[in-house]
Design a protein around this ligand. Structure first.
Ligand SMILES: [Zn+2]
Length: 339
């Protein structure tokens, strides 16, 4: 196995609070012997407890999680924590600074880069470091996402239905503790191996992926969902005793995704009008969107219909759309206990 070239001055086993960087070596035109800094905070309490990796900004243009984790980095000291928090608020900082889903350094999507490559591009090196250096030390990963530039989400938590029943049980506990409106549990299509979720499955780590908000902006409700949901998970794991983190209401509705049907795509180019809202119930054949050709306004818009009954969890944020762009994601009510 290749050894990582990413370095840090932080000692993961030390009790206390340490802040610093993961240093990703990158020899560029402007900086021949330079490294890319990824801000890292490790808070280890003297009291025993699980090790939790908190990630924001795996996609650079998803800012709710990045701000929520920055707040947590400032709020907690070693004495407040049982166990260890490893926090990377902006996991792919170059992408976040560029307001882009992908890293501008190598044009790679970190959440499609696993298991990564110790000798690859910077984003591939980050993926390798997470999978081979961090995950083997972790019990849980909370990976805060949102819709980014192209999508907007109803606050929900996504997680895979693990084949390992013990992991599945702990995953469900975290989904419910986060207390979003929806918990979306599914088996990834075509056994996708390149995601953080797949990396966690390989390493036997419990993984949840909250999706709150989107549109490459920070909405108060979405930020609050990301921040308070993460606190509720840490409270459920008995790692913190933060009085501001209210317990879960137990009100999360569970849903799943149907391959080939949950995602609704446009089959024409133009500007689109949503005919349904986030959170709305839809039925098969119902027109969900109208796509207008601005150059030929006398033509009737193309309507796009769905093929399943469920709830609209996600919609496209941008007005312009092309053939193949995702307009909606529809979740179908589902009891994970029966799966
Ligand atoms: Zn994302």
């Amino acid at each position: 196995m290749s050894v990582t070239k990413i370095e840090t001055s932080i000692r993961f086993d030390n009790v206390g609070k340490q802040t610093g960087y993961l240093r990703v070596p990158y020899s560029s035109h402007a900086s021949a012997y330079g490294w890319i800094p990824l801000p890292l905070t490790v808070i280890r309490g003297a009291a025993p407890g699980p090790t939790v990796l908190l990630l924001g900004g795996v996609h650079g243009d998803e800012y709710e999680g990045q701000i929520a984790l920055a707040k947590m980095v400032r709020a907690f000291e070693s004495k407040d924590v049982a166990g260890t928090l490893i926090v990377l608020p902006s996991t792919n900082l170059p992408a976040a600074v560029a307001n882009n889903r992908l890293s501008p350094v190598d044009n790679v999507n970190l959440n499609r880069a696993f298991p990564g490559d110790a000798n690859g591009t910077p984003t591939q090196m980050i993926a390798h470091y997470i999978e081979e250096v961090l995950l083997p030390t972790c019990d849980y990963v909370i990976d805060l996402h949102s819709g980014g530039s192209s999508l907007e989400y109803l606050p929900c938590v996504r997680a895979r239905l693990s084949a390992n029943l013990q992991i599945r049980h702990k995953t469900l506990e975290m989904v419910r503790a986060f207390d979003a409106e929806f918990g979306v549990l599914f088996r990834p299509a075509k056994a996708e191996p390149r995601t953080m979720s797949a990396a966690c499955e390989r390493k036997g780590v419990v993984y949840i992926n909250p999706e709150t908000g989107g549109g490459a902006r920070v909405a108060r409700k979405a930020l609050q969902a990301a921040h308070e949901g993460t606190l509720r998970c840490l409270l459920a794991l008995e790692m913190i005793e933060d009085a501001s983190a209210r317990r879960s209401s137990g009100g999360t509705r569970t849903a799943t995704l149907v391959a080939g049907a949950s995602l609704v795509h446009s089959d024409s180019d133009g500007v689109w009008e949503p005919l349904v809202e986030l959170g709305e119930a839809v039925v098969p054949g119902q027109p969900l969107a109208a796509v207008y050709n601005l150059k030929k306004p006398w033509l009737a818009p193309q309507t796009v219909s769905g093929s399943i009954a469920g709830t609209v969890l996600c919609r496209r944020a941008a007005a312009w759309v092309e053939v193949g762009d995702c307009l909606f994601e529809i979740g179908v009510d589902f009891d994970p206990e029966s799966a």
